[in-house]
Design a protein around this ligand. Structure first.
Ligand SMILES: CC(=O)SCCNC(=O)CCNC(=O)[C@H](O)C(C)(C)COP(=O)(O)OP(=O)(O)OC[C@H]1O[C@@H](n2cnc3c(N)ncnc32)[C@H](O)[C@@H]1OP(=O)(O)O
Ligand SMILES: O=C([O-])CC(=O)C(=O)O
Length: 373
């Protein structure tokens, strides 16, 4: 007979990884041994993707070569391009992204291969392609085509350009780039676990990423950033504390708070709070930032819970001019660096992931023909 399950697999160690590490008590996060506080605002997203996917921070030559590879991957794929207008009409952003990434596999020369070199090429292509899929979707639903990517701009800069339709400021690009770095990997979070379960059947990278996107979409995971913005928009600026207390008293979950692993401040929230304040002040209207601060104080006081990565990411993206329903696709753009690296890691040292379950159903049922049921 099987043991009792640990609900939600809390504290269960499900894989070994050299990609990221969390100290939940101290509130620390590391990518391949580098403290997130050293990477955020210093390493670019491209350097971070190289670190995760290829094992080291690139030197100048390696970064240039990686940049060229990413630039070559910056295309929708014929099947995705042919279907993007209809998808934009019928599907919400995360559904659309799930469909488009799946369709894009059809035009990937390495689609079926799980060989290490094919996986590296696909990881770079998916990282470069996903921002284009999101921007292309957004343009299609608003009846246009996005501006051509600017070869001088980074992934962060081009995404802002393509989604907002205007050349982003240097500081905006720096801030958005830091957001992508902060979201790039996070040990055995739900979407990464889903990707690894899929990859462990020796399925291909695109299939694993589609599983991850579907998992990120939920409001208990990446979908929370969009919900945070909706909560802020639903509250009256001078009634935040009372409304939040009321929600908590009614046992409502406040999106953007709490974490399975962090028992103190999420180190990513420290950066995002600062960036939210900077952008709020620069915008001349800091209402949402001030409301967020007040929510944070009330939730800490009432529940002892801290903001997670999704909380201040919401206002940062809002101040950058990103539509609210693209917040979770933006999370997906960053997490692609980590997901693909986890698929590579899983394939390199694989065993099928197949846990046990505790049976809690009926036993000794007696068969009856259909007429007697
Ligand atoms: C990128 C990310 O995925 S970060 C997380 C994004 N998700 C969110 O922000 C959604 C809101 N937060 C949550 O739902 C949870 O805190 C999670 C999903 C992040 C973690 O879940 P778990 O580790 O399973 O904790 P669980 O949901 O069991 O919560 C433990 C207790 O804290 C309470 N709690 C946890 N988070 C919150 C919250 N945001 N608001 C109010 N109460 C909360 C629960 O109601 C529960 O209380 P109880 O013991 O009285 O029933
Ligand atoms: O680790 C988790 O469970 C959720 C999270 O913060 C992330 O995926 O970034």
């Amino acid at each position: 007979m099987a043991d009792k399950p640990t609900k939600g697999l809390a504290d269960v160690v499900a894989a070994s990884t050299a990609l990221s590490d969390i100290d939940g008590k101290a509130g620390r996060l590391f990518y391949r041994g580098y403290d997130i506080h050293d990477l955020a605002g210093r390493a670019t997203f491209e350097e971070t993707a190289h670190l995760l996917q290829r094992g080291k921070l690139p030197n100048r030559e390696e970064l240039d070569a990686f940049g060229e590879e990413l630039a070559r991957g910056r295309e929708l794929g014929a099947l995705a391009a042919a279907n993007i207008a209809e998808i934009a009409e019928k599907q919400k952003p995360m559904e659309a992204l799930r469909s488009l990434v799946s369709l894009s596999a059809a035009d990937d020369a390495d689609r079926d291969s799980i060989a290490p070199d094919a996986n590296l090429r696909k990881a770079a292509r998916l990282t470069a392609q996903q921002p284009l899929l999101v921007a292309g979707y957004h343009a299609a639903r608003t009846g246009g085509t996005p501006p051509e990517p600017n070869p001088e701009l980074s992934i962060a800069g081009n995404f802002l350009l393509q989604v907002t339709g205007r050349e982003p400021g240097t500081r905006e690009v720096e801030i958005f780039d830091a957001c992508l770095v902060l979201h790039a990997d996070h040990t055995m979070n739900a979407s990464t676990f889903a990707a690894r379960v899929c990859a462990a059947t020796l399925s291909d990278m695109h299939s694993a990423i589609v599983a991850a996107i579907g998992t990120l979409k939920g409001p208990l995971h990446g979908g929370a950033n969009e919900q945070v913005m909706k909560t802020l928009e639903s509250l009256s600026p001078d009634d935040v504390a009372r409304s939040v207390r009321e929600k908590l008293a009614a046992h409502e979950k406040i999106m953007g708070f709490g974490h399975r692993v962090y028992k103190t401040e999420d180190p990513r929230a420290t950066h995002l709070r600062r960036m939210s304040r900077e952008l709020a002040e620069a915008s001349g209207d800091d209402t949402y930032y001030r409301m967020s601060k007040e929510m944070e104080e009330v939730v800490l006081e009432e529940k002892g819970l801290y903001p997670n990565v999704d909380f201040y990411a919401a206002t940062v993206y809002h101040y950058l001019g990103i539509p609210t329903d693209l917040f979770t696709p933006v999370f997906s753009i960053s997490r692609m660096a980590g997901w693909t690296a986890h698929v590579i890691e899983q394939h390199a040292d694989n065993r099928l992931i197949r846990p046990d379950s505790e049976y809690i159903g009926e036993r000794d049922q007696k068969w009856k023909p259909i007429e007697e049921r």
